[in-house]
Design a protein around this ligand. Structure first.
Ligand SMILES: [Zn+2]
Ligand SMILES: [Zn+2]
Length: 348
């Protein structure tokens, strides 16, 4: 089969011929219907070097996958060949306290996982290929009626990651509250949809690009704010001076974190989802009282089931542009240039 492989750090991935995978006991091979291209893949290609992650190339890219069951290993029950499925992308050890409740991204026994702190497309072969080998059937989640793999693929990361970030703050988002989404890209625009579908909060979207703010409006944002020196003040004015109950930063740069603190309400949440690597000073005087600042990474398997339900019912719908496997590098090029419309999904 053909696969888009990252051969070494700081290199462009290459489309190459590799053997078809075969499932061992307990494993599943999924025929890929859609593999999302994630902004974090650019970090893999451009910035990472030996020692940054506990794994190294070569591996096939694509950690956001859905398709159809192609082959089942010995002992796998409850799935059938041809069944449409999504792949839960973080592959933990399966037995630690976190993995037992489906929170594989926070696996506490990474040495016992198929690859430490990774998954398909993150150290092991992912979905930018005709087939993906999933090392444990528990990561294969049946799609609900009405959701096809091309639409489901981005839900496994671009949907699940913002869903987890929103869900943890549900209690702070009653009617009358305000949520701010900073960065309306592949994840942020779905974050706006998730806030509208699962809370009664007013949603304010912030970005530096006018077309991203238009996308936020199409996704249901109640108000948009152009990022800049007056953004925090605009958010304060729009909230009667109080600030935002929840700020979701899908960028994570110094400037966006500073905006998040400046726009947060007392007892609010500032959640850092974007991997921009920025920092923010926390002291008694530097943030509003009782503001909680946390990072999140991906989401849990039970949450993926909930996200797929939202997708199947049309309550969330990531904006996607599809590319053939031959054109996958174009998808990443457009992502780098900032010209990509929504999420790129590679359809092998
Ligand atoms: Zn991702
Ligand atoms: Zn674990």
């Amino acid at each position: 089969m053909r696969a888009l492989r990252l051969r070494e750090w700081k290199s462009e991935p290459e489309l190459v011929e590799v053997p078809d995978p075969t499932p061992g006991p307990g494993q599943v091979v999924v025929r890929i219907g859609g593999a999302g291209a994630c902004h974090s893949d650019l970090h893999l290609m451009d910035e990472f070097e030996p020692g940054v992650m506990p794994w190294n190339p070569p591996f096939t890219l694509g950690h956001e996958n859905a398709g159809w069951v192609h082959a089942l290993g010995d002992g796998v029950t409850g799935l059938s060949v041809g069944q449409p499925v999504a792949v839960f992308g973080a592959w933990g050890c399966g037995t630690c306290a976190r993995c037992r409740v489906g929170v594989d991204p926070y696996c506490e026994n990474p040495a016992g996982a198929p690859v430490p702190s990774g998954g398909g497309g993150l150290g092991l072969d992912g979905g930018m290929a005709e087939f993906e080998l999933v090392p444990d059937a528990r990561h294969v989640v049946p799609l609900p009626e009405g959701l096809d793999p091309v639409d489901a693929a981005p839900l496994t990361d671009a949907g699940l990651t913002p869903y987890h970030a929103v869900r943890r703050s549900w209690a702070k988002l009653p009617p009358g509250s305000t949520a701010v989404v900073i960065g309306v890209g592949g994840l942020g625009h779905v974050g706006v949809q998730i806030l509208k579908a699962t809370t009664a909060a007013r949603v304010i979207a912030v970005d530096t690009r006018a077309e991203a703010l238009r996308l936020a409006e199409e996704c249901g944002a109640d108000r948009t704010v152009m990022s800049g020196p007056t953004a925090a003040e605009e958010i304060r004015q729009a909230t009667g001076g109080r600030g935002a109950d929840v700020v979701l930063d899908f960028v994570g740069a110094d400037a966006t974190l500073a905006l998040g603190v400046a726009a947060a309400r007392t007892v609010g949440d500032l959640t850092i989802v974007g991997i921009g690597g920025g920092t923010v000073a926390v002291s008694f005087f530097s943030v509003p009282y009782e503001v909680s600042i946390a990072t999140t990474y991906w989401g849990s398997r039970p949450e993926l089931v909930e996200v797929l339900d939202l997708g199947a019912r049309g309550l969330i719908r990531p904006r996607t542009t599809t590319f053939a496997l031959d054109d996958a590098l174009d998808a990443y090029r457009q992502m780098r240039d900032g010209t990509l419309d929504g999420r790129a999904v590679i359809v092998p």
